[in-house]
Design a protein around this ligand. Structure first.
Ligand code: IMP
Ligand code: MG
Length: 371
């Protein structure tokens, strides 16, 4: 799932369809177990609850009645308490067990109105069930008999809930993003593809911070930071540095550059687990990885480029053709899974890495400008 835009605001994925389904299933079962042979009248509060009610009653394992009401503010009436009027309650509910199905309970003002309205209906019992509940925002004492999912006091959309009319149709729930928009890239390319050169152009043009995991490691170890020492202790034993240690280092880098327009990650992630960890890290920053951009260069071109470089640089690993070919092969073995990981999210962009430096920069910019 990706960040979405409704009107002027951005929202990030927050609660999945599966999580919602599980919560609705559980609520329906709990209510059914508690009500025994009673045939309840489920009352959805429109508009927000239409999706919940539809799913809920399909999961309700016993006979039930379903109806909807709507609360509307009186137009033009000014009062301290926003007294609402009721639309749609035509049925006699005397002696009935009524279960209010709410999409969300926030301050509890709506619930207050519901209690006021139902005081005169002589119902047998008034039961409140809400899919979402914001405990930090709730200011009333009315009992909430069934709560699906407790959420923090942040604005959400989807599954019936709207932001200024939009978003009700979304099958999952998204949360309002409160930080500025960032462009975060994972840059890939086989050895000799010109990644370093291009990263330098991109960070200038888009005001991004280039985070090369190799540099971050060397910096932390050289400066003997706590994380650097921790990483070194694994390396000295000949063990791989755990992903969490690397992620903690990257987190420190991201936090050092909190006002950046975004980041170029270089050399990380290398595995699915690392890609997931990076997604989680970006999520804690109310952000996300927008794209994996891979420079694509034909093997033969790479071999020629690296052999050329070897002649002048004297780098031993650039002098031997079979070592070069092996490094290129390694690269494709390692990055194939990541290509799949980001492709599955529509975030993989292959860019032709053959041409002049300016031509390649232009191709990269064309991708980034569309993100
Ligand atoms: P109350 O504050 O409990 O009375 O909630 C009032 C109404 O505000 C709810 O019925 C929703 O229509 C709306 N609402 C509260 N929180 C949210 C939210 O996070 N997203 C969308 N609508 C919300
Ligand atoms: Mg509502």
């Amino acid at each position: 799932m990706k960040t979405i835009k409704l009107h002027d605001k951005e929202f990030k994925p927050f609660i999945s369809e599966q999580q919602i389904d599980a919560a609705v299933t559980k609520m329906a079962q709990d209510v059914a177990n508690d009500l025994g042979d009673e045939v309840p009248v489920f009352i959805g509060i429109l508009n927000g609850s239409f999706m919940l009610v539809s799913d809920f009653v399909k999961k309700y394992p016993k006979p039930c009645e379903v109806t909807f009401i709507k609360l509307a503010s009186y137009e033009g009436v000014k009062s301290t308490e926003d007294i609402q009027r009721l639309i749609g309650l035509t049925q006699d509910l005397t002696g009935r067990t009524v279960v209010i199905l709410e999409d969300i309970i926030d301050t509890g003002n709506t619930l207050h109105e519901i209690h006021r309205i139902f005081k005169n209906e002589n119902v047998k019992q008034l039961i409140i069930a809400t899919l979402f509940y914001k405990p930090e925002a709730y200011k009333k004492d009315f009992k909430l008999h069934y709560v699906g999912i407790e959420i923090p006091n942040k604005f959400i959309v989807g599954y019936g809930l709207d932001y200024d009319g939009l978003g009700r149709d979304l099958p999952a729930v998204y949360q309002l993003k409160t930080t500025q928009h960032m462009t975060n890239l994972v840059l890939f390319g086989p050895p000799g593809a010109g990644k370093g050169t291009q990263a330098n152009f991109l960070k200038e043009k888009y005001n991004l911070v280039h985070i090369s995991t190799g540099d971050v490691f060397r910096f932390n170890i050289k400066n003997e930071t706590a994380l650097g020492m921790l990483a070194k202790s694994y390396m000295d034993k000949g063990e791989l540095v755990p992903d969490q240690v690397t992620i903690d280092m990257l987190n420190a880098e991201v936090e050092k550059n909190a006002d950046a327009n975004g980041f170029i990650f270089d050399g990380f992630p290398r595995t699915n687990a690392q890609a997931e960890a990076l997604d989680k890290l970006m999520d804690t920053k109310d952000s996300q990885i927008n794209a994996m951009i891979a420079l694509e260069v034909d093997d033969e071109v790479l071999v020629q480029r690296l052999l050329e470089r070897g002649k002048s640089s004297g780098r031993a690993d650039d002098a031997d053709e079979s070592i070069i070919r092996n490094r290129i092969k390694e690269y494709y073995n390692k990055t194939a899974i990541l290509k799949d990981y980001y492709s599955a999210q529509d975030k993989y962009f292959g860019v032709d890495g053959v041409g002049s430096i300016e031509e390649i920069t232009e191709r990269l910019c064309a991708v980034i400008d569309k993100l």
